[in-house]
Ligand binder design. Structure first.
Ligand code: NAP
Length: 305
C-alpha cells in the first residue's frame, strides 16, 4: 500500500470516477476519497455502493483535497471548474479524464487558480455503460493513460499524477494536446462515428426487418452496436470539442472508402486483398501489444443466450 495523495476528490461519479475510486482503494493510493455528482439519485447510488465519501456540494468535496479530478462530460467541465476553483486548496493538483484535451484545457484553464497545478489526463479505457454502478476496479489494468502536461507544468505534480495512474494499473504516456486529439480521432472518435452511422443505416433500411438485424448480428453488425450504445451526451461533446481532428480523419476515411468502392466496381481483387492483408496485420499488432485477446468472437468469454 503506497499512499500517493492524502485526499482525492472526484467530481462526477460515473463509470470513470467510480472505477478510479475502486482502483485507488484496491491499491491504497489515497487516505480519503470524496466525491460529488449533480443529481441526488447518483449521489444516493454512490453512497449505497460505498464508493467514497459522497458530499452534497462540489465545494465540500474539493475542500482540502490534494488532487481533484473532473470526471464529468467534456462540455460540462468549465462550469464545474468555475464552481470549485475558489474552494480548492493552494498547491493542490487539478486533473480531468476528458476524452478531448485541447478544448478542455482552453475551457477549464481560465478558472484554475494560480496556486493550483493543472495536469490534464485521459485514460484510454471505458465501456458502453454509464453511471456509478458501471465501475470496476480492473478497468485501467494494462490500459493506457495519456497525461497532457501544459507547458511549464510543475514536474512534481505531473510525476505524482503519473504514479497514481500507474498505481491504478495503467501504463502512462505523455503527449501534447494537439497530438492527443489527432491520435484519439483515429483510434476512438472516428470509429465511434462510423459505428453510430452503420447502426443508423441498418435502422433506416426498411427491407431489413428488426428481427433479421438482431438474428444475424453476429456476422459483424453487433460489434458496431456495442460501440454505438455509448453514452450520447459524452459523444456529442467529444465531436463538438474535437471537431478539427475528427473532420480531418473523416475526410481521409471517405477517400479510402471511395477507393474501396472503386475497387469493388472495377473488380480489382488485388487491391482489396492487399488492403485487407494490411488491416489484418494491424489487428495482430493490437493483440501482440496486449490491448485485446486473440480469442475468436472478439474475446467474448460467455455465450449470449
Ligand atoms: P458517466 O458514467 O455518464 O458519468 C458522468 C458523470 O458526470 C455523472 O456523475 C453525472 O452526474 C455528471 N454530469 C453529467 N453532466 C453534468 C453536468 N452538466 N454538470 C455536472 N455534472 C454532470 O460518464 P463517464 O463515462 O464516467 O465519463 C466521464 C468523463 O470521462 C467524460 O469527460 C468522458 O469524456 C471521459 N471518458 C469516458 C470514457 C468512456 O468510455 N466512458 C473513457 C475515457 C474518458 P449525474 O449522474 O448526477 O447526472
Amino acid at each position: 500500500m503506497t499512499v500517493i495523495y492524502d485526499k482525492v476528490a472526484l467530481i462526477g461519479l460515473g463509470l470513470i470516477a467510480s472505477s478510479m475510486a475502486l482502483a485507488m482503494k484496491r491499491a491504497g493510493l489515497a487516505r480519503q476519497i470524496t466525491g460529488y455528482a449533480r443529481t441526488p439519485d447518483t449521489r444516493a447510488t454512490a453512497r449505497a455502493l460505498d464508493l467514497c465519501d459522497v458530499c452534497d456540494s462540489a465545494a465540500e468535496a474539493v475542500h482540502d483535497a490534494d488532487l481533484v479530478v473532473l470526471c464529468v462530460p467534456v462540455g460540462a467541465m468549465a462550469a464545474v471548474m468555475a464552481d470549485i476553483g475558489p474552494a480548492m486548496k493552494p498547491g493542490a493538483t487539478l486533473s480531468d479524464v476528458g476524452s478531448v484535451k485541447k478544448a478542455v484545457i482552453e475551457a477549464v484553464s481560465p478558472f484554475v487558480p494560480d496556486d493550483v497545478h493543472f495536469v490534464p489526463a485521459h485514460p484510454l479505457a471505458g465501456t458502453e455503460h454509464s453511471g456509478p454502478r458501471a465501475g470496476f476496479a480492473e478497468l485501467y489494468d494494462n490500459r493506457w493513460c495519456i497525461v497532457v502536461p501544459p507547458e511549464g507544468a510543475d514536474r512534481n505534480a505531473v510525476n505524482r499524477l503519473i504514479d497514481l495512474w500507474r498505481g491504478m494499473g495503467a501504463n502512462v504516456d505523455e503527449m501534447d494536446a494537439d497530438h492527443h486529439d489527432l491520435v484519439l480521432a483515429v483510434t476512438s472518435h472516428t470509429p465511434h462515428l462510423i459505428a453510430y452511422t452503420m447502426v443508423g443505416v441498418a435502422d433506416d433500411l426498411s427491407r431489413v426487418t428488426d428481427s433479421e438485424v438482431i438474428k444475424y448480428s453476429a456476422a459483424g453488425f453487433r460489434d458496431f452496436t456495442r460501440i454505438a450504445a455509448s453514452d450520447p451526451t459524452m459523444w456529442r461533446d467529444v465531436f463538438l470539442s474535437n471537431k478539427e481532428a475528427t473532420l480531418e480523419i473523416l475526410g481521409r476515411f471517405t477517400e479510402e472508402l471511395f477507393a474501396l468502392q472503386r475497387a469493388i466496381r472495377t473488380e480489382d481483387g488485388d487491391h482489396l486483398h492487399a488492403y485487407f492483408t494490411r488491416t489484418r496485420a494491424i489487428r495482430r499488432g493490437i493483440v501482440e501489444a496486449g490491448q485485446d485477446t486473440d480469442a475468436p468472437d472478439f474475446g467474448r468469454s460467455h455465450k449470449v443466450r
